[in-house]
Design a protein around this ligand. Structure first.
Ligand code: ZN
Length: 224
């Protein structure tokens, strides 16, 4: 039976791949003849890479349609057996491969399309100066503003209300869980207008933004 596979290029992948640098052709090295070293379309030398298999496809032909008599009528009105194929996606492999390819030593970075939640809100530590200055209420207003301006993100937010822990500890936990954006009521929330600390995990950078700035930043987030 013919079989094709979907590979995610990754250094630690278990499969050896040969690729055209211009994207015309890619194959599992084991399935190629020894002497095939160039792209069948453009003739460029094939480059070596490694891949993780995240899905596959099988050509079934008429193996099952012949048993079930699954026929259709051709333009000439003749009964013909359907040709069949099937696809399989390795859901847990896709998660593992995403972590392998995107994450850093101490943080998970999900593609936003598969992140379980897009946003993590971290209010001030209980008893801190920021809490006394109503940091928690300001962060809640920020959430409301985001949910009104970007309704698709309203259900994509988690509030880490373990306010007995420091902001730093909760931010570390948020990195390990892989929320694409972490929004913090930190020291500058006491400024006028309030400034929030926003970690863009996938870019690995921190931004200091007003409410309006946060909404503008998040307006580019895609969710399924
Ligand atoms: Zn090519």
């Amino acid at each position: 039976m013919e079989r094709g596979s979907f590979q995610l290029a990754a250094e630690l992948g278990e499969v050896r791949l040969l690729l055209c640098p211009h994207g015309h052709f890619a194959a599992n090295a084991e399935t190629l003849r020894e002497d095939q070293a160039s792209c069948p379309t453009c003739g460029e030398k094939l480059a070596q890479s490694r891949g993780i298999e995240v899905g596959h496809t099988f050509y079934l032909g008429t193996k099952y349609s012949s048993v079930c008599n699954a026929v259709f009528y051709s333009p000439e009105n003749k009964p013909q057996l359907a040709e069949m194929g099937c696809y399989g996606l390795g859901v847990s492999r896709i998660l593992a491969a995403s972590i392998e390819v995107l994450s850093t030593e101490d943080s998970i970075r999900w593609p936003s399309l598969i992140a379980p939640f897009q946003l993590c809100f971290i209010p001030p530590k209980r008893g801190s100066k920021e809490e006394e200055e109503e940091g928690a209420a300001l962060l809640e207003q920020l959430y409301q503003q985001v949910a009104v301006a970007l309704p698709h993100l309203g259900s994509e937010a988690v509030l880490d209300d373990r306010t007995h822990l420091t902001i730093g500890k909760r931010r570390k936990d948020a990195e390990k869980l892989g929320y694409p954006y972490v929004l913090i009521a930190g020291k500058r929330v006491c400024e006028d207008p309030p400034v929030f600390e926003v970690w863009d995990q996938n870019a690995g950078e921190v931004l200091f933004l007003t409410k309006e700035g946060v909404v503008e930043l998040l307006s580019k987030v895609q969710v399924p």
